[in-house]
Ligand binder design. Structure first.
Ligand code: 5AD
Ligand code: SF4
Length: 541
């Protein structure tokens, strides 16, 4: 029972990868621990989307490397996008790293750990050769593994998703919500983004595998499933094209953009589109209370998807659709493939069809050549639409991307910082306005966690900070000697708005965890709704 510490950086795709890795290694007898001090194997599942995420991982690697140099017998593995992007450079700069495994090769992780263990054991007997590079690296190395030549039958990575442990304890304690991958990789090549390089070309999983995984998760107690893909609305599976040796359907390389053009000729083959997939899951997994999906690409999001959402009450009225910029010139340089006008048309279409829709997105500020005028257009777009939140990033040049190769990172850091803060402030006002729209309404909330905090007697806002998913949603101020303890159960609406229910005590708060309840919203800040249980209380499993 070798103890393993696994830390995850970055996106939801990485969180899911980590969960699958944990299931895979647990099944082989590894035991997961909460602190690196207690582990013999240390794994960092890394992210390369921005430099900051990489720096954080490097500093963790540095700490473990120092422990290894001081003589501790540890195995250090770097998995995920940074391994894929850095390649052998990582070994050169961090010789204490024992192995690397890219996100497209995670099925080979147990073998890598095994190789290092055997090699370490042999070293102790002093007759061993150093482990060959090939035995301690599993990287796609180029884009070929998931390219057109992908032999679907050999796609072992699919086995990692298929072998998912449906044991709620192996999902990091998140018993009620789960991610299900529908598409791996990305074909869009936005000029700033490393994902197509690190995760490879778009590969769609067979619909039967996805529906089956949803059913099994629901049987294991999951209430809410989030389908994952870099561009979920581009999901498209053509039946009868990719089969395994024994005739079963296999993952399939994406068909390319022509498939989304109205002029696309029919191939005569039955196709499952994203709209079809949503409808199938909604119909075939009736016990699933909430179905959501991320991330939507603002182009090629057809009315067929919106109609299925409208007609399927358990599909959440929530869209995460990153606009990235409000300037057509910058969007073009980003290779996003839509204009601001087209983005507005898409969102307006969605809002007409789904009036309760909650909209979220991402923006990048300080992309090369971005002028004050371009930035003002971004501000105007944020002000114009009812975004519940936006993730705002300063442009980070990423080696291997087109923008890195062709465009000078010419917006000074202080200008990036200023634009970042200004857009955040605008978004805070917009978020406040969208949250306030919910005051007086009854909504269903799925509760996930209990928060306890101190509040000074007779003080309204003198509370310790409350953080949900790493974000501070209630800030602190100076502590007071006369304090009362408060208990809240925190949950989310179908539109992903955070809701806090004040409870009498911890026991009462715990009662709500993992349940949905109808609440009445009485107050709203930019990040949080509050209120009480609806008079017409509905308690559902
Ligand atoms: N610099 C800054 N932000 C980036 N993103 C992706 N690549 C970069 C980069 N090089 C942001 C985009 C994307 C989100 C996941 O990360 O906004 O939607
Ligand atoms: Fe990156 Fe663009 Fe693909 Fe999103 S759509 S993962 S930003 S290349």
């Amino acid at each position: 029972m070798l103890p393993v510490y696994l830390e995850t950086f970055g996106c939801q795709m990485n969180e899911l990868d980590s969960e699958l890795v944990q299931g895979q290694l647990s099944a082989l007898g590894y035991r997961f621990v909460a602190r690196p001090e207690d582990a013999s194997v240390i794994l960092y599942n890394t992210c390369s989307v921005r430099e900051q995420a990489e720096q954080k991982a490097y500093s963790r690697i540095g700490v473990i490397s120092a422990r290894k140099r001081a003589g501790e017998n540890l195995i250090l593995g770097v998995i995920g996008c940074m391994a894929e992007r850095d390649g052998l450079d990582l070994f050169r700069r961090h010789p204490q790293v024992d192995f690397m495994c890219g996100p497209g090769e995670l099925d080979r992780l147990p073998q890598l750990i095994d190789n290092v263990r055997k090699s370490n054991a042999a070293q102790e007997l002093e007759f061993a050769q150093p482990l060959a590079l090939a035995d301690r690296t599993a990287l796609a190395g180029n884009r070929s593994r998931r390219s057109i030549t992908l032999s679907a039958a050999e796609d072992n990575l699919e086995n990692l998703d298929l072998s998912r442990a449906f044991d709620p304890d192996s999902s990091g304690g998140k018993r009620h919500s789960a991610y299900v991958r529908i598409t791996r990789g990305c074909n869009k090549f936005c000029t700033y983004c490393v994902v197509p390089n690190t995760r490879g070309a778009e590969v769609h999983r067979p619909p039967d595998h996805i529906v089956d995984e949803c059913k099994r998760l629901v049987d294991a107690g999951v209430i809410e499933i989030t389908l994952l893909g870099q561009t979920v609305n581009h999901y498209r599976y053509q039946h009868g094209s990719a089969v395994t040796i024994d005739g079963r359907e296999a993952p399939q390389v994406g068909p390319g953009l022509s498939a989304f053009r109205s002029s696309a000729a029919s191939t005569g083959k039955r196709t499952t589109t994203f709209a079809d997939l949503l409808r199938r899951i909604h119909e075939e997994v009736p016990a699933l209370k909430r179905l959501r999906f991320i991330t939507s690409y603002p182009r090629d999001f057809g009315d067929d998807i919106l109609s299925v959402m409208r007609d399927s009450p358990r599909i959440c009225r929530y869209l995460h659709a990153p606009a990235q910029s409000g300037s057509d010139r910058i969007l073009k340089m980003m290779n996003r493939g839509y204009t601001v006008g087209e983005y507005l048309d898409f969102v307006n279409r969605a809002l007409v069809m789904l009036p309760d829709l909650c909209l979220a997105g991402d923006f990048i500020v300080g992309f090369p050549t971005e002028t004050d005028e371009d930035f003002e257009m971004t501000c105007a777009l944020v002000k114009r639409l009812p975004f519940k939140n936006n993730f705002i990033f300063k442009y980070s040049p990423r080696p291997g991307t087109t923008a890195f190769d062709r465009l000078k990172d010419d917006v000074p850091e202080d200008v990036k910082r200023f634009r970042n803060n200004r857009l955040l402030a605008i978004q805070t006002d917009v978020s406040h306005a969208t949250h306030k729209e919910w005051i007086g309404r009854q909504v269903e909330v799925l509760f996930d966690e209990v928060r306890t905090f101190e509040r000074a007697k007779n003080a309204k806002s003198n509370a310790s900070p409350i953080t949900v998913m790493g974000k501070e949603i209630q800030s602190s101020s100076a502590s007071s000697p006369a304090q009362t303890r408060l208990f809240q159960c925190i949950g989310r609406t179908a539109g992903d708005l955070i809701f806090a229910l004040e409870c009498k005590n911890e026991q009462e708060a715990i009662l709500f965890v993992g349940k949905t309840a109808l609440v009445e919203v009485s107050a709203a800040s930019a990040l949080l709704l509050t209120g009480g249980l609806s008079k017409a209380l509905v308690f559902a499993e």
